[in-house]
Design a protein around this ligand. Structure first.
Ligand SMILES: Cc1cc2nc3c(=O)[nH]c(=O)nc-3n(C[C@H](O)[C@H](O)[C@H](O)COP(=O)(O)OP(=O)(O)OC[C@H]3O[C@@H](n4cnc5c(N)ncnc54)[C@H](O)[C@@H]3O)c2cc1C
Length: 456
């Protein structure tokens, strides 16, 4: 690598960097691209999530819905091209409530998101059924959302759910995929089109006259390059600093538990399911006494926020549940590895989810059998990504992909490539520019936007 040259160096081979390499090399035939990562591809954050996708994003405007719709169009196109190697499904996201006041809110929220272009809302009051989602495949499915306001219909489709459920929204242009297989296929194609994958660490970037000129590697190698793409995931801030930039992002810790459902409480064909009400965890009287006695565990008796959710993985006897509940948010500018999760995380998730699926109480006391892992959502304050040129000439970013980097990977990489090759830009491009951080209007917009906007 000593003294070599590249037209484009991509720093980071997570789903963002690999997708960028694919779009540039395969779709735009750009030659001489070097993709650098200090780790094996896709192993820092991109393999740690639930790998789910949705076109269901709140406002204040339709930016995220348009961006995600485009991303899903591209995922579907790729799935068709590779015979759905990465198992894209369309099971949907199901939001449930046992609170009649929340039922009205589900409907109001659905109408608002629908108005942004996420598809029509169909309300079912019990007289007619609604079409369930198939466990596999993604073709020929409705968009928008089905709201079901009849408990009997909900329980007919999902008999493992608590009987006091009153309403649900089944959002339809959603599902999940295998991000390792998607990333592996993209990388294979990019390499077949000349992309060189190099295992090394970008240590520094030399600029001359305000332009990217040389990339310095940990191995001592030097790479002359006119373009650098930062796809460094939670290390965005550190790599940005190599260009003298202070990228205004933080890293928010998110964990998940992978729990084997050996008793078959939940069918493995279930969709992603989210409990939309606040929860008090179930404890026995003696457990309550013990929890009260310790300062670090009294919070377990408090009310927890809405949002505990899961999706199944695998099939038959090997069915696992991936459980997530970000009931508290912690952020760092410099992420810490390995991430440290709250001591009671597994217990809180399992007990929280048992509010929605009472049968899970059979696993109380076995929480430690679940595997806890996760990573960081690298986020700007508006919870929107940073895609496009940076203030140093030749430098670009495809980053700050928060909790949606897998689902957004293709729209993000298409947009990045359009910036680099000078192609037409979609109408959401400006919302993701680094330049927005210096725009006084951005500060005004932050008042309307929330860093947790659209986050599960
Ligand atoms: C618990 C959890 C659940 C999630 N669920 C979902 C979900 O359901 N759907 C979804 O779409 N998204 C989800 N996400 C978010 C998604 O996983 C991320 O947005 C996405 O993986 C970010 O990809 P990336 O390529 O930007 O970063 P990463 O995957 O972190 O890749 C960055 C790469 O850059 C490399 N790198 C950094 N600095 C350097 C350097 N100096 N030199 C060389 N290499 C460097 C790193 O080694 C790393 O491999 C979830 C995340 C978590 C943690």
């Amino acid at each position: 690598m000593k003294g070599s040259t590249a037209d484009i160096v991509i720093c980071g081979a997570g789903i963002a960097g690999v997708s960028a390499a694919y779009h540039l090399a395969v779709r735009h035939r750009v030659k001489n691209i070097v993709l650098i990562d200090e780790r094996p591809p896709l192993t820092l954050t991109s393999d740690k999530g639930t790998q789910a996708y949705r076109n269901w994003w709140p406002g204040p405007d339709d930016t995220m819905v348009r961006f995600m719709n485009r991303g899903i169009d591209l995922l579907e196109e790729l799935a068709d091209e590779c015979g759905n190697l990465f198992d894209l499904n369309r099971r949907g996201y199901v939001f449930l409530t046992a609170d009649t006041r929340n039922a009205a809110e589900l409907e109001r929220h659905a109408q608002a998101v629908s108005a942004f272009g996420a598809g029509p809302v169909r309300v079912h009051k019990g007289l007619e059924d609604y079409p369930p989602s198939p466990p596999r495949g993604f073709q020929g499915q409705p968009t928008g959302a089905d709201i079901v306001l009849d408990a009997a219909t909900i329980l007919r489709h999902f008999p493992f759910i608590t009987e006091d459920v009153v309403a649900m929204t089944h959002v339809r242009r959603c599902g999940w995929l295998d991000s390792m297989r998607l990333g592996g296929w993209l990388l294979e194609n990019a390499e077949a089109h000349g992309v060189r994958l190099v295992r090394d660490r970008v240590e520094a970037v030399r600029t001359v006259g305000g332009r990217v000129q040389t990339i310095l590697l940990q191995s001592g190698g030097l790479l002359d390059a006119s373009n650098l793409v930062i796809a460094a995931g939670p290390l965005l801030k550190q790599v940005g600093a190599m260009l003298g930039l202070d990228v205004p992002v933080v890293n928010e810790l998110h964990g998940k538990i992978t729990f084997r459902d050996s008793l078959g409480v939940v069918p493995c064909s279930a969709p992603m399911m989210i409990w939309n009400d606040t929860v008090r965890l179930k404890w026995t009287d003696s457990e309550r006494v013990n929890l009260k006695a310790r300062e670090d565990s009294t919070f377990l008796l408090d009310e927890f926020p809405a949002g505990v959710h899961f999706r199944p993985r695998g099939n038959g006897e090997r069915c696992e549940l991936l459980l997530i509940w970000t009931y508290e948010t912690k952020s760092w500018e410099e992420p810490v590895w390995p991430p440290v999760y709250p001591r009671y995380y597994a217990q809180v998730c399992l007990r929280g989810l048992s509010r929605m699926i009472p049968g899970l109480s059979a696993y109380f006391g076995h929480e430690s059998e679940g595997v806890v892992d996760g990573g960081y959502y690298c986020k700007a304050r508006d919870n929107r990504p940073v895609i496009g040129p940076l203030p140093v000439e030749g430098a670009h970013a495809i980053a700050a992909l928060s909790g949606y980097g897998v689902m957004a990977s293709q729209a993000a990489a298409e947009l990045l490539a359009a910036h680099i090759v000078g192609g037409p830009l979609p109408n959401y491009a400006d919302a993701f520019l680094f330049a927005r951080f210096d725009d006084p209007e951005y500060q005004t917009m932050l008042k309307r936007l929330d860093a947790l906007s659209g986050q599960l």
